[in-house]
Design a protein around this ligand. Sequence first.
Ligand code: TRP
Length: 376
Amino acid sequence: MVDKEKDEMVVTPWEVKGKVDYERLIKEFGTQPITEELLQKIAKHTDKLHLQLRRQLFFSHRDLDVLLNLYDKGIKFVLYTGRGPSGPVHIGHLIPWIFTKHLQEKFKTRIYFQMTDDEKFLVEDELKLEQTRKFGRENALDLIALGFEPEDTFIIFDVEDIDLLYDISLEVAKRITYSTAKATFGFQDSTNIGWIFWPAIQAVPCFIHAKLTGENVPALIPAAIDQDPYWRVTRDIAQKLGYYKPAQIHCRLLPGLGGGGKMSSSEPETTIFTTDKSEAVKRKIWNAFTGGKETAAEQKKIGAEPNICTIFQYYYFLFEERDEKLSEREKKCRNGEILCGECKMDLAERVNGFLAEHQKRREKARNIVEKFHIKR
Ligand code: TRP
């Protein structure tokens, strides 16, 4: 866990607090920044660089260069990502999934998606197992709505599919000591023993492809940086089990509309859920924290601050694809030519347009979930 004294940043798989300093995370977690050279290497396979790479949403990695070198030599890889179903899905969750889908398309790879209904049951005091399992099923609809390839997408619902995971999780667990787990995850004497074992389960999809197909290939994990502790322990034991170390590509956390931290389901008024009605979206965006000034007159005179504005972040992360339009908006904001009301209304319209489509596809997904459910 990160020292709380220094400006209150806390980033663990179960808690994200304060202003997140990504440069510092690269240092403290010991990951690699994504360099220009690496971007070029990726672009060789994907044509144009994806927005999320161009704008450094994905900003750090482990062994992505190694993975791409293997790929050039003919060794394929699989993708692996997941979700802790502790509540409904919000727009922040969709961001790495959208990128993962892009990678699936460009590299024509299989993806394993772990729905950790077991983890959320163990970790969240107030959640019952039947609730996390239900959220898992509902959250899968959001994933499917993004258009993943059914032939190549394997969702694992942990509780239901534990028979597939159990043998590898034992191999993993046997090789991680309590002292390593404690140092990595900050376990306490009061931590329940299910939680202490649990990281072994999150390691399994890194290796499951070999068991299912007989093909031993590395996994690439696109995920928010807060998941990194899991991969540190997994990487340590991978080769002992005869597998490749999994590679990672890490993204930032989308801040809530209140500013700071990450968008979180526990703060519903600053979080846009995928099932929100258009009125709720308008209200939440209207009340968002911006970089604007007290009065319109002042803002017209001295301009506003897009760098601290949560609304601008939404354009940046997802809702303005066109780089020229984005910098135009930024410039206009800085010199007071555009006021917050206009930016908010424009954003609300885009978010609602996106959600209307998403919600339709999400409902249709109900009939086809089983196509995506991992097969034996
Ligand atoms: N632990 C993650 C969460 O709470 C869920 C998860 C499982 C995951 N496997 C993953 C996330 C792989 C990213 C990549 O959200």
